[in-house]
Structures are given as C-alpha cells and as structure tokens.
Ligand binder design. Structure first.
Ligand SMILES: *Cc1c(COP(=O)(O)O)cnc(C)c1O
Length: 213
C-alpha cells in the first residue's frame, strides 16, 4: 500500500520536485516499505524520533528535519542530517553553525519565512531574512540552500495560493543572487497549489502513510 502510494505520487510529480515522505509517528516498517520502492528522502519533526530511526534504518536515507528545532537538540542531528527545513531564528542558525564545525561539515538549511497570515507559525519576516543573508559569512559551517514556508491551515484555496505565491516571489527575487535551489512548501492537503506556485520540494505525510493519531 505505502509503496504503491508513493510510486503513484512520484509519477505524477514534475521532474524537478523532490518528495520528502513525512514519516513522523510512523513505525520503521512503514519507512521500509517506502524504502523498498526506492524512496530515500524522509522527514521527521522530533529529534529523538529522528535519531532513533536513523540509527535503526539504512544509512543511505536522507533525513530531513522539518519541524521546529530547539537549539539544545541540534547536536544530536548535526552529524548526519541531510537538510534542516525550519530555521526560524538567528540563534538557531548560530547553534547549527557551531555543531557543523564540531562535526567538520557544512550543514544545509532552509530559512523559514513567516507567510501564514495566522499568527502562530514560526519564521522570519522578509526583512529579517534579508539581514540574515547579508550576515551569511558569519556562518561558514551552514549553507542556506533555500526557503521553507507553511500556509495557514484553511480550506480556502485562494488564501493558501496567495501565501505560497508570496513565498515564491521572495524565492525568485533571491534565488540567483544568494544561490538558492530549494523552495520547500506544500503538504498533503495543499501540495498541488504549492507546486503550481513554484515549489520544488514538498513534505507529504498522511497522504502516503495514512492518518496520524
Ligand atoms: C507533519 C508535517 C508535514 C506533513 O503533513 P501531512 O499533512 O501529513 O502531509 C509537513 N511539514 C511539516 C513541517 C510537518 O510538521
């Protein structure tokens, strides 16, 4: 089931769109099913769960940290994480840089922009992100490869589209100058709108693995 679902989803995606299969709360067996049809990009939002799965599952899996990340937990994922999606403060970036240096690696990250009109979502404003890009050389062990955003949780497609297009506009403005290549937006219920708005990385969980409890 999971294998078929992921193949079907992948076939329908444009070539340049990367699918991150969000496996949070799901057992290793579910990930193994996706892995067995060739899938390698998986996303988790809890550090402890991510580390445990990474230890138990094949080491060619590319692990994406997709949720809000606490600074004191960066050290646990720094040795192996493939991409950190939700960098939402300069203090977090500073810590990732420090742990990158300790592990002798440059860690790829996405800057989370606050695009949702609802107030609860994490992220930088446009101006804050701009300032961060300007100070990028302070973080030699971090590579900012793109942007990430989450739309408001709503049924209103026009609203979602507007938020995704806002993020896409920032991305296109900065892409060449800041050497960005990843625009991470879109989840199970809004990924077609995200792709239509220019996303090239979607984070899909429930549509692949079924509902979470
Ligand atoms: C859980 C989660 C997803 C996936 O959500 P689904 O609706 O199950 O596709 C995507 N992005 C983030 C940041 C998440 O926490």
């Amino acid at each position: 089931m999971i294998g078929e679902q992921i193949q079907k989803l992948t076939e329908d995606l444009p070539q340049d769109v990367t699918l991150v299969a969000v496996s949070k709360t799901k057992p290793n067996s579910a990930i193994e099913e996706a892995y067995s049809v060739g899938h390698r990009d998986f996303g988790e939002n809890k550090v402890q769960e991510l580390c445990q799965k990474a230890e138990e599952l094949p080491n060619d899996i590319r692990w994406h940290m997709i949720g809000h990340l606490q600074r004191n937990k960066v050290k646990y994922i720094a040795p192996f994480v493939h991409l950190i999606h939700g960098v939402d403060s300069e203090r977090l970036l500073t810590e990732i840089n420090k742990q990158g240096a300790k592990n002798n690696r440059v860690i790829d990250v996405l800057i989370q922009l606050h695009i949702a009109e609802e107030s609860s979502k994490f992220g930088f404003s446009y101006e804050e992100a701009e300032a961060l890009f300007t100070n990028q050389n302070q973080f030699p062990n971090v590579r900012i490869v793109g942007l990430m955003g989450m739309a408001t949780f709503t049924e209103d497609k026009t609203h979602i589209k507007r938020e995704f297009e806002t993020l896409s506009t920032f991305y296109n403005t900065w892409k060449a100058q800041k050497d960005l290549s990843v625009l991470s937006m879109g989840m199970s219920n809004d990924y077609p709108i995200a792709i239509a708005s220019g996303s090239n990385m979607i984070r899909v969980g429930s549509l692949i693995f079924g509902r979470r409890n």
